[in-house]
Design a protein around this ligand. Structure first.
Ligand SMILES: Nc1nc2c(ncn2[C@@H]2O[C@H](COP(=O)(O)OP(=O)(O)OP(=O)(O)O)[C@@H](O)[C@H]2O)c(=O)[nH]1
Ligand SMILES: [K+]
Ligand SMILES: [Mg+2]
Length: 362
């Protein structure tokens, strides 16, 4: 693909090559999955999920992943100046705002990790299972390390800091391909969409583009197995570079610059982790009592954020039927307390009191 000159005539050819490549990749990944299921998983990698969220640290060897785990949690993971010090998945518990977050230290990966080099596949599988990937990078090394690891993750279907493309495909029995777009498309045209659909042997379908997407986005939606994961890029060892270079790193979206050795940037790192996880603390209170501010419920945002309903689902779903309304104090309401229904969206640090239909609703 890299050797094909880019112009209008070759564009269709490139699009089809991309679709073929994506198809073969998913066949290989699928084969791997079956082999893994048959032959047991990588030893030392099947760590059980614990706590309110899971973060996986992924990076090249000796960037300081284990140093970060040992610094931020009670767990000691061996740190050393030689590469591949860490050989398995080491879990620690990171406490931020009373939430218990599982932080996973992992072996360093190398180029080709996704196709099975080293323990790359196991490491990437752990990344896929997490709520946030911390891509740990060495501030002394060039920008290409970020692109290389991103490529490894993308090649197995992980998409970093992206939302699923809003392309709707409805398979029909007859009628051919009926194509619609809500905006003017600049990166793909109808002919290309038809070619790609044909490559996937989809001959009858309604295809609707809700935004200006490209070939890769269409393939992602057709393949359907992509995993959209948030990613924080953590540049460690800033004690070895100039202040100007630190400023440059910090000016990029989703980047954080730290030094474990000098204890620099750690507060900012924890804040960014909290923000990116999108966890919400909710304090429940009983009538006539103060809420217990030392013991929040930690809720994770679903597609509609955290609502009164999703809060109840995480606490005690039986309450759903019994609820008359909820009283809310906090930033999500105009005045406190305010009577709210199930759809009301909660903010971090709101206080909630549930009023049941039978007790005190009148
Ligand atoms: N200068 C500097 N060195 C650091 C810093 N953090 C870690 N190191 C050093 O970097 C080296 C590698 O640290 P590790 O924590 O073992 O790195 P790792 O990413 O876990 O390495 P692998 O497990 O081998 O992949 C060690 O010699 C650390 O002392 C830092 O903030 N500044
Ligand atoms: K090391
Ligand atoms: Mg390590």
């Amino acid at each position: 693909m890299a050797r094909t000159q880019k112009n209008k005539a070759t564009e269709y050819h490139l699009g089809l090559l991309k679709a073929k490549l994506a198809k073969y990749r998913s066949q290989i990944i699928d084969g791997d999955r079956k082999a893994a299921a048959a032959g047991g998983k990588g030893e030392g990698f099947d760590v059980e999920k614990h706590g309110d969220a899971r973060i996986a640290m992924i990076g090249f060897p000796s960037v300081g992943k284990s140093s970060i785990l040992s610094h931020l949690t009670e767990t000691e993971s061996e740190c050393a100046a030689y590469e591949f010090t860490t050989l398995t998945c080491i879990p620690g518990v990171l406490q931020i705002n009373n939430a218990n977050i599982q932080l996973l230290d992992l072996p360093g990966i190398i180029e080709g990790a996704a196709s099975g080099k080293g323990r790359g596949r196991q490491v990437i599988a752990v990344g896929k299972s997490s709520d946030l990937i911390m891509m740990v990078l060495d501030a002394q090394k060039g920008e290409e390390q970020k692109a290389k690891i991103t490529r490894e993750l993308e090649s197995v279907g992980i998409r970093l800091n992206k939302v699923k493309p809003n392309i709707n495909i409805k398979v029909m029995k007859t009628g051919g391909i009926i194509f619609n777009a809500s905006v003017k498309l600049t990166k793909i045209d109808e002919k290309m969409v038809r070619n790609i659909m044909a490559e996937y042997k989809m001959h009858n379908a309604h295809v609707n583009f809700r935004d200006d997407y490209d070939v890769d986005d269409l393939i992602d939606v057709i393949e359907g197995t992509r995993k959209y994961v948030k990613c924080l890029y953590v540049y460690n060892k800033i004690d070895t570079i100039s202040i100007e270079d630190v400023d440059k790193l910090m000016s990029v979206n989703h980047n954080v610059a730290i030094s474990v050795h000098m204890n620099l940037g750690i507060d900012v790192l924890l804040e960014r982790i909290w923000d990116m996880l999108g966890l919400v603390r909710i304090y429940t209170k009983k009538k006539g009592f103060q809420p217990d501010f030392s013991d929040p419920l930690i809720l994770t945002a679903g597609r509609d954020g955290v609502t009164v309903k999703s809060a109840i689902m995480q606490i005690h779903r039986g309450l759903l039927k019994e609820l008359a309304y909820a009283y809310i104090w906090g930033r999500s309401v105009k005045f406190s307390p305010q009577k709210c229904g199930l759809k009301h969206e909660l903010n971090d640090e709101d206080v909630i009191q549930f009023i049941k239909k039978t007790s005190g609703a009148k």
